[in-house]
Design a protein around this ligand. Structure first.
Ligand code: PMP
Length: 400
């Protein structure tokens, strides 16, 4: 059978991800990998989780080993609502405003599923989180790309693009503006308060949705915490995605969508067809873990680990990358540093050479929805041990 001919239009839009390939390399121990954004396993609270698992399985087996509601475990929702209220100042959320998802990656896909058609537009930053680009691309929308600056999206470009769509009578085809306001993946930058407010104003003026994706907000190493866009907008026109992946464990695969009840209900309907429910065992485990109230202490120690690694990487870049015109972001949190070399460099080409000297990063072109050549690359400092961070950057410096 010529199987290629049987595949759907949607499946043909899916491309193999360079990150997946790199994750394969990351398991090759001879390579120092600054590739994937996998957390340091030392941050995983394995003893506490092992103890709680016992009770969740033995005492709560009727829930934790059974099918659950597509919308999510009510106990977990209670805990998440508490966190959103206490730490994010978001008040008044009900169970109907939350959907528990299999990581925020599923949330991104569900947003694509419920909003995007082939004649839709999505507004995204350039560079963009690769996983969001793949999730949206499958549904065939047109991307409107906005430059990312040191303090977040270029708001003038956002306004210009909105005005243009509006004057063409196409504003309703713009389904959402996707943004990662804190410690952007891959760029490491954080959206300023002014820009957050300006974005909320624009979304209100043109009546468009903002899709706020915030996996890294709790991982702040320096500076002051900034309010969520969702908070600033009073929840109006904003959908907030969050996840336990970077603050607890990515293998547990627990994420969430918070937003308008109608959007959440539609996403739940889409989720039903995808997987019936998020694993009930990990949902209940996370609920019990959050009830213990120790997660933020645990995050504090993760912050210590990551701040140190980030500083080691920044110092090493300063010491070993002596290329005129090279620059890099100095993130206040999150897991990534974005390095930009002079334009003559093609970091995809360089990637093969880097592998030969035993170091891996993600070439910048992976984070653009067009086929550009990029002189940037993403480094993540979370996984390699401290001594390897310095050694890896030294190798990159020498190669350059
Ligand atoms: N959004 C962003 C910006 C991310 O960086 C990631 C993980 N790399 C995700 C969503 C998905 O994370 P998860 O599915 O593990 O929650």
């Amino acid at each position: 059978m010529e199987i290629e001919k049987r595949f759907s239009k949607m499946s043909k839009r899916m491309k193999s991800s360079i990150i997946r390939e790199l994750l394969r390399d990351a398991t090759n121990t001879s390579i120092i990998s600054f590739g994937g954004g996998a957390p340091d396993p030392e941050t995983f609270d394995r003893e506490a989780l092992a103890k709680l698992s016992q009770g969740v399985l033995l005492d709560e087996y009727q829930i934790s080993l059974q099918y659950g509601a597509t919308e999510g475990d009510p106990l977990l929702k209670d805990e998440l609502i508490k966190i959103l209220e206490e730490r994010h100042g978001i008040k008044g959320l009900k169970h109907g405003n939350l959907l528990i998802t299999v990581g925020s990656q599923q949330a991104l896909d569900l947003m694509g599923r419920v909003f995007l058609d082939e004649d839709s537009y999505v507004m995204v930053s350039h560079p963009i989180y690769l996983g969001a680009a793949s999730a949206f691309r499958a549904y065939g929308p047109k991307f409107i790309t906005i430059d990312l600056e040191d303090d977040g999206l270029n708001i003038d470009q956002v306004e210009k693009a909105l005005k243009e769509l509006d004057s063409k009578g196409e504003i309703q085809k713009l389904k959402f503006i996707y943004t990662v306001p804190n410690f952007h993946n891959p760029a490491g930058v954080t959206m300023s308060l002014e820009k957050r407010k300006a974005l909320v104003e624009l979304a209100r003026k043109y009546d468009v949705l903002i899709l706020e994706d915030d996996p890294y907000g709790e991982l702040r190493y320096e500076g002051e915490r900034l309010p969520d866009i969702y908070y600033l907008a009073n929840g109006e026109n904003v959908i907030l995605l969050n996840t336990m992946s970077k603050v607890m464990s990515p293998g547990i695969r627990i994420g969430m969508i918070a937003g308008d009840e109608k959007i959440v209900a539609k996403a739940a309907l889409a989720k039903q067809g995808a997987d019936l429910c998020t694993p009930t065992f990990t949902q209940r485990l996370v609920a019990r873990y959050l009830q213990e109230g120790t997660i933020f202490n645990r995050i504090k120690s993760a912050i210590e680990i990551y701040r140190k690694k980030k500083n080691i990487m920044l110092d090493a870049l300063q010491k070993y990358v002596n290329v005129e015109g090279a620059k890099w972001t100095k993130p206040e949190g999150g897991l990534f540093i974005w390095v930009t070399l002079p334009e003559k460099y093609d970091t995809m080409e360089l990637f093969e050479e880097a592998k030969k000297v035993g170091v891996a990063y993600i070439p910048g072109s992976a984070f653009y929805v067009d086929d550009r050549v990029s002189s940037s690359f993403r480094l993540s400092f979370c996984l390699p041990p401290e001594d390897q961070i310095e050694e890896g950057i030294k190798r990159i410096g020498k190669l350059l």
